[in-house]
Ligand binder design. Sequence first.
Ligand code: UFG
Length: 351
Amino acid sequence: MKKKILVTGGTGYIGSHTAVELINSGFEVLIIDNLSNSREDVLEGVEQITGVRPAFYNFDLCDLSRLDDFFREHSDMAAIIHFAAYKAVGESVEKPLLYYRNNLVSLINLLELMGKYHVPNMVFSSSCTVYGQPEKLPVSEQSPILPAESPYGNTKQISEEIIRDTLKAVNELRAISLRYFNPVGAHDSGLIGELPLGVPNNLVPFITQTAAGLRDELSVFGDDYDTPDGTAIRDYIHVVDLAKAHVIAVERMLKNKQKSSCEVFNLGTGNGYSVLEVIKAFESSTGVKLKYKIVGRRAGDVEKVWADTTFANKELGWKAARDINNMMATAWKWQQYLMANKDRYLVLSQE
Ligand code: UFG
């Protein structure tokens, strides 16, 4: 019998890539998503890649009684990977309560029902945002957690604390929080990828939309940082590498004989790239020239951050395998797929 894994937010960007890797590793995938920032037809991409269409449940995790029904029906789940959350930093500053309610209530509901129905394992989507601007680079799991810059970032910090406290109190629950650096790129098939609704906040979707002619030009936010070329540095990680780390985290918990355990891992490549280096990598790996201009810094941005991945490499036996050129080439392949299916997708980016 295949082990059942619940993927919340499974029609989203990282969720859909993780669903593919789980199916390819022999798991049965169940998805809960309320489609607040994704579309159901992502499931077609997952099915085309794997030959399997995951069972899909469209409801909000904040609806405790609906979620209880779901758990009752699937109390044999082996693990939960909890991606579903709001993630726009700027929006969270404008609508903090929306972020606190959605991101925290959904987590609390899941943890409560994991206890009630004895579903023991959770992988939680956390973020390098919990480190703020670290004093020492690269940033390891032991680096201090700094006060969050945004309500979104704060929900990630608070969520990690909620998980830790719950695990202390409830025996037989295990959790792994994965702190992602900057996930980019798309599946090699070009059939699934990041699908921003409206104007993208993040660098790589903005680059691919500009290259595709949907945006006039890219704005580079600041060239007066204390970095070699003055633009901000991030640790970009391919979404497929990231997805594979989730499968390894699930397998680790399934093998774990300890009753209760709470672990945290950084997921990055360990390499930092500046915004200008990302643009150059995009141009050289796709042959497409990008129009861009330098503008002022974006409020709330950190100057530079990249991961110390030693702990994840050693303990998980996982290492990011794909380089920045592969990240750009696959992101571009996905953008071209979107352009070739304009009737279905173009409306999404029109804002
Ligand atoms: N950038 C631009 N132009 C753009 C978009 C981004 O120059 O149009 C720059 C940003 O200023 C930053 C870099 O590109 O220097 C990366 O920006 P992203 O928005 O892609 O990613 P962030 O590092 O800002 O955000 C990511 C996640 C957040 C998380 C944050 C934590 O998307 O969810 O890391 O640091 F909170």
